[in-house]
Design a protein around this ligand. Sequence first.
Ligand SMILES: [Zn+2]
Length: 391
Amino acid sequence: MTASLSYAVDLTRRLVMCPSVTPAEGGALTLLEAELTQLGFEVAWLPFGEGAARIQNLYAFRPARDDGAAPHLAFAGHTDVVPVGDEAAWQFGPFQGAISEGRLYGRGTADMKGGIACFIAAIKEADTQGIKTGPLSLIITGDEEADAIHGTVKMVEWMQQQQIVPDFCLVGEPTNPTAMGEVIKNGRRGSLTGKLTVIGTQGHVAYPHLANNPVPALLAMLAPVNSAALDGGNDHFDPSMAQIVDLQIPDAAGNVIPNRAFGQFNIRFNTEHSQDSLMGWLNEHFTRIADDTGTSYEIEWMCNAHPFVTEPGAPIAALQSAIEAHTGRQASLSTGGGTSDARFICHICPVAEFGLVGQTMHQIDEHVAVEDIDTLAAIYTSFLRISCEAS
Ligand SMILES: [Zn+2]
């Protein structure tokens, strides 16, 4: 360990030096196994997928160190990182772990090796302070940044088979926009994609009476999902929003009325809707337009996330107290932003997310303030203490 660095900062740095761009393990999970074993965890490797797509995941468990009253707390995170992009544009090597002017640079510092290191540092510190922890689970995947099909979703299924049911799970994604203590995420929106093809009758543009142009029908079908708010939001969520993301006319030519037109849209939806309610509403609308225009349509749906929310309760209150103690801030609860692995974990237990400042995640020169890493480790330690002592 570099003399002046805390354990949390040093472990973040060692994790960053593992080149774990999805799907590569890069030594990151191996490093975690060694650290966790020293803290009394039993580690299970959970590989999923075949061949080049095979992904390593790691589940670690430590039994209760109290009389059985303290809650079973879980922590979830991912060690995989997004590609570095233009490596020459980085000030420091993306896997070098350079520290300069109080900042630790490297791919994954914010998203989210720092969060994982802080949680492990918090357990180590809790042990030093003699905090009697309940059962602890760590759910660490190597497959979050890509398709996320061989990661947390399968680990959660495995945990269900093993009848492992934590009382609460904290996900260490970087939730703070600009400074530590700003935002806890206590839910996420759902995401539904529709790929819509409208079929008309091809013909010469000069003889439109002999053809049926599918483009006006497509535009009418897409009208309700064109940058539209679908509801007024609710106590936990902003309004659901729909956006058109692609429009195409295959084999377009200047003198031809096309026979097909294609549009793709994405809906980020809150708990006022479900996948089924949205699909039902839009299918009805598409059918009405098709009937009116004498066209037909095909639709392909993909729903990769359902909305969820964790109502504020004891664990979130413990997290808020811990945050306030170390930052002076009252963290607000948010359900904004993209999807995360919390969408899978919510099927086994209540889940919330709190981590580092995410300002530079996925960017060239991704970095975090060294001070923020120590603050997060202190917050996680207080969270463990408050949760375990309240029981
Ligand atoms: Zn992440």
